[in-house]
Design a protein around this ligand. Structure first.
Ligand code: SF4
Length: 221
């Protein structure tokens, strides 16, 4: 089998196409593995605000996200590998979002859908709104807009598929689920006296948080 993999990797694209016309298909383990993964990404069933309505529309007959292998949204994080953060993430909901993310099995991915999810959007100045879920969990694809249309979510989904397709199975660029040292579970923030604590997860948000007068700079969201 090892020599078969090597032979497939050495086949030139033109020859590969020509062989395909003859009914002989050659591939590599990584191509086959990634092809299976990218075409069976199942989203988790939850929405946070108005963007969720666009997400729901994406699954219905007009757009039909199932065409991409994303079948019925799963009601349990144990059965899902894609979290679509669709809507405003309030600081009250942020711990629940991180907890659900932690409960998902690897490999898992996140799409942050809409201005609210990626930055707080029109509510950015609100004391109660998180200024981007990427402060707590790693986001694979950001979708701008308020709200993004279903086409934008489909584009994000295809972007994620392309990302999965290109992942090498070995080396420093390998996906997290193939790296025993990589961390896939993060601290769940708690409601502190003035803000969420910690204000950001430094493992995924290395940028300095803006200072707020009257509080410790390290505790600012
Ligand atoms: S980005 Fe706009 S549409 Fe989406 S949740 Fe925020 S306010 Fe609603």
């Amino acid at each position: 089998m090892g020599s078969g993999i090597g032979a497939a990797m050495a086949v030139k694209p033109d020859l590969k196409i020509e062989l395909g016309k003859q009914g002989v298909f050659v591939t590599t383990i990584s191509d086959l593995y990634n092809w299976g993964r990218k075409n069976s990404v199942w989203p988790m069933q939850f929405g946070l605000a108005c963007c969720a309505i666009e997400m729901i529309a994406t699954t219905m007959a007009r757009y039909d996200l199932a065409r991409f292998g994303a079948e019925v949204f799963r009601p349990s994080p144990r059965q899902a590998d894609l979290m679509i953060i669709s809507g405003t993430v309030t600081k009250k909901m942020a711990p629940q979002v991180v907890r659900l993310y932690n409960q998902m099995a690897e490999p898992k991915y996140v799409i942050a859908m809409g201005a609210c999810a990626i930055s707080g959007g029109p509510f950015k100045q609100g004391y109660n709104v998180l200024k981007g879920i990427d402060r707590y969990i790693p986001v694979d694809v950001h979708i701008p807009g308020c709200p993004p249309r279903p086409e934008a979510l489909i584009h994000a989904f295809m972007t994620l598929q392309a990302k999965i397709d290109e992942q090498p199975l070995t080396g420093s660029e390998r996906p997290r689920h193939l790296d025993a040292e990589a961390q896939g579970e993060f601290p769940i923030p708690v409601q502190g006296a003035h803000d969420l604590e910690p204000p950001v997860n430094r493992l995924v948000w290395p940028l300095p948080a803006p200072a707020v007068i009257g509080t410790d700079a390290e505790n600012c969201g």
